[in-house]
Structures are given as structure tokens and as C-alpha cells.
Design a protein around this ligand. Structure first.
Ligand SMILES: NC(=O)c1ccc[n+]([C@@H]2O[C@H](COP(=O)([O-])OP(=O)(O)OC[C@H]3O[C@@H](n4cnc5c(N)ncnc54)[C@H](OP(=O)(O)O)[C@@H]3O)[C@@H](O)[C@H]2O)c1
Length: 373
């Protein structure tokens, strides 16, 4: 796979590269990340390599990420060439409950700010950043459709939402003849595979693109952190945010160190850096469209852009699959081979699918059965 092997994002006409440039690291306002000079170098390098898909959010580095992008895009006259994605949801003013969330009032407020900072009059892909637990799905779908009609956004997608909520939004829009969400953005890596339970099957059923975030678990899977008692230490974001209390940044667990050890072994056997192997694994998993890279140094981006030009040999991939397999829990254990055989009998039964990935095609029908038999 190459960076300029573009594909449509879900069932839309929006064409994106298999690696997206994440820009949560653009700006040093959060105590980590890259200054403007390095951010510009990351932006330039990604585009020179053939990438066309850039991800930001209204709240990243307090708006600095969007401001820098707006500047870089304007300086290069690049607006039409870039698929520009940003997000709304997070609170811009803790004293104002309508300055966050997914209600109509906040979506309009957030979008106006993003358009101003990004120096553009439209967003290619507008993400709902996270489920706010309160806004009716009908209000979200209606508001985002109005924005499509007004030409302020071209498409929309959902990040960090329950599968039932996104399925309801999709179905409601479909039934009402409205524009449907086209993609999902979710955390996915060797140490975070929970989306395989519901979100990947939902995306495959509904024809949604999937864009994984934190594919290196915030840098953990680069191998630069060392175990220290119950925690870990190393030079990077996870060290700096260790006491933040943010659950999404807690990566130093027994299970994760085991996965990292297996990754280090596999990387050594293949002769590739662990970060490349971890990214390759994510980018080639079933259902994945475009994996969102994060980098705070040019050398990291250079390394990561080479992550999709090789294949992980099958037996080493099996090792990674097994060590990182999500726990078998209710009700999902009912959908695994052991109980499915009690439903269908011994002959393998698979669902018809119009576009099975090459990896799925390559998998024998019996794959995985031996694990529970
Ligand atoms: N929708 C959401 O809720 C959500 C949440 C998070 C992120 N995102 C999006 O996803 C993007 C990527 O997320 P992420 O930054 O967490 O991705 P990531 O790939 O898990 O982590 C990136 C970090 O890993 C380290 N790193 C990267 N390449 C490396 C290499 N080759 N060698 C050593 N260290 C390396 C760097 O950390 P150091 O800077 O510490 O060196 C870098 O900042 C973000 O920019 C954002 O666009 C979305």
C-alpha cells in the first residue's frame, strides 16, 4: 500500500489517503507537541509524500492547531487539494453549558470558530467528537444536514460514540432521505481493540469508513517507555500526562506491557521499528480506511510514513493478534465460533459481503475456531 493509493471514505465520493495526518500535536499549549516550525515541516512532509487527509479539532491546543493549519493551507494555496476534517463537542467555556456538547446551538458556535481559524468557508468532513450523552439523535442529524445544505460542511462523521447511537443516527437519516454519516473515528491499536466488538461490524454493515486514532497508543507502542513498578517512564507525552487523570492516556498496564513485549519481538524479526509494525497492523485490519498518524518530530513522521510499504508475515501477525485479543465477555462470546457452531452446526457459515478485504479473503474459513474449540 502507498500513501497515494486513495480510496473513498465509506459510501461517499470523498477520496482519502490510507494514512491521515493528525494535528493534535500542532502547538505546545498542552505541554507537549510541536512548535510552529516543526508543525509546518510535518504538514509539508505529509503532503509531499502524497497524503491528502488532515485531521484537527476546534479544541486542539486551545485552537492553535486549527490556526496553524489555516495559515499553512493559505500560504500554500492548498485548500482544494486537502480533505480537511475538524470536530465539535468539547467545551470552549466551562461557565456556559451551551459552549460544548452536540446540541444545535453549540454546533453552530463551534463551526463558526473553526471556519475562522482555518481560514476557509467549508469543512470537508465535520466530526461529532464524542457522544455528549444528552442530545437527541434527531437534533444532531438535522443540524448536520442543514450545514451540508448550506455548503458549510461537505460530509459528517461520528467519533467516540456508542454503536447503538451511530446506528440510530444512520438509520434515521436513511429513513428520512437525509445525508447520512460516512465515517467513524475511534481509538484503535494493538492495546485497544474494543471497537472490534460492535463498531467495526456496524461500519461494515452500514458502509462507513473507519479512521483509527492513537494507533500507537499515544507513543506507547513505539517502545520508548520502560516499565517502572506499576507504571512506566520515558521521554514523551505519556510521561508528561501521567498525573492528568485522563483515562485515555493511561497506557501502563500489565496487559499492555505484555503486548509491547510481543510487538518488540515481532519487530526485531521483521527488521522494522516497532512503531511501523504497530501502525501496519492497524492500517491493514478489516474495515479500516485511513489511520490517523500523530507525530511531534519530523523523524517520527518519516518513520511512520514507511509503515504501510510491507506486510507482516502471517505467523507473526497471528502472534500479535493472539497476545492482544480482547477478552471474551458477554454478550459478545455468543458471536464467537464455539456458540455460533451451536447455532449453525459444524459447517462454516459466513455472511455475504460485497467488498471483503484482501486480509479477510486470505483468512481460512476456520480461522479463530481452534481458539475456543
Ligand atoms: N477523536 C478523538 O477522540 C481523538 C483522540 C486522540 C487523537 N485523535 C486524532 O488522532 C491523531 C493521532 O493520535 P495520537 O497522536 O494519539 O497518535 P499515536 O500514533 O498513538 O501517538 C503519537 C505520538 O507517538 C509518538 N510517536 C509517534 N511516532 C513515533 C515514532 N516513530 N517513534 C517514537 N515515538 C513516536 C509521539 O509522541 P511524543 O510526542 O511523546 O514523542 C507522537 O506524538 C491526533 O493527532 C488527532 O488528530 C482523535
Amino acid at each position: 500500500m502507498r500513501l497515494n493509493e486513495y480510496t473513498t471514505l465509506g459510501r461517499s465520493g470523498l477520496v482519502v489517503s490510507p494514512l491521515c495526518l493528525g494535528t493534535m500535536t500542532f502547538g505546545t499549549e498542552w505541554g507537549w507537541g510541536a512548535d510552529e516550525k516543526i508543525s509546518r515541516a510535518l504538514f509539508d512532509r505529509y503532503l509531499e509524500s502524497g497524503g491528502n487527509f488532515i485531521d484537527t479539532a476546534d479544541g486542539y491546543t486551545g485552537g492553535k492547531s486549527e490556526e496553524m493549519l489555516g495559515q499553512f493551507i493559505a500560504d500554500g494555496g492548498l485548500r482544494d487539494k486537502i480533505v480537511l476534517a475538524t470536530k465539535f463537542t468539547f467545551c470552549a467555556d466551562p461557565a456556559n453549558p451551551n459552549a460544548g456538547g452536540n446540541g444545535r446551538k453549540n454546533i453552530h458556535r463551534a463551526l463558526e470558530g473553526s471556519l475562522r481559524r482555518l481560514r476557509t468557508d467549508y469543512i470537508d468532513l465535520y466530526w461529532l467528537h464524542a457522544w455528549d450523552t444528552v442530545t437527541p439523535v434527531k437534533e444532531v442529524v438535522a443540524t448536520l444536514n442543514d450545514l451540508v445544505q448550506q455548503g458549510k460542511i461537505r460530509h459528517y462523521g461520528f467519533s467516540d460514540t456508542p454503536a447503538w447511537y451511530l446506528s440510530r443516527a444512520y438509520t434515521l437519516a436513511e429513513k428520512e432521505g437525509k445525508d447520512r454519516l460516512i465515517a467513524l473515528q475511534l481509538e484503535y491499536s494493538l492495546v485497544e481493540r474494543n471497537i472490534e466488538r460492535e463498531h467495526i461490524p456496524a461500519a461494515q454493515e452500514l458502509g462507513l469508513g473507519v479512521c483509527p486514532w492513537s494507533p500507537l497508543a499515544g507513543g506507547f507502542l513505539s517502545g520508548k517507555y520502560k516499565r517502572e513498578g506499576d507504571g512506566g517512564s520515558g521521554d514523551g507525552r505519556l510521561e508528561k500526562t501521567k498525573d492528568s487523570g485522563n483515562p485515555a492516556l493511561k497506557k501502563f498496564s500489565e496487559q499492555n506491557w505484555n503486548i509491547l513485549n510481543a510487538l518488540l519481538e515481532v519487530a526485531k524479526k521483521i527488521g522494522r521499528p516497532p512503531a511501523q509494525v504497530a501502525l501496519n497492523w492497524v492500517a491493514t485490519q478489516p474495515g479500516i480506511t485511513s489511520t490517523i498518524l500523530g507525530a511531534s518530530k519530523l523523524s517520527q513522521l518519516e518513520d511512520n510514513l514507511r509503515a504501510i510499504d510491507f506486510s507482516i508475515p502471517a505467523e507473526l501477525r497471528d502472534r500479535l493478534d493472539q497476545v492482544s485479543a480482547p477478552a471474551s465477555i458477554h454478550p459478545y462470546m455468543f458471536f464467537e465460533p464455539f456458540i455460533q457452531r451451536m447455532i449453525h452446526g459444524n459447517a462454516p457459515v459466513s455472511r455475504w459481503s460485497p467488498a471483503r478485504s484482501s486480509r479477510e479473503k486470505a483468512m481460512p474459513e476456520s480461522a479463530g475456531k481452534e481458539k475456543v474449540a
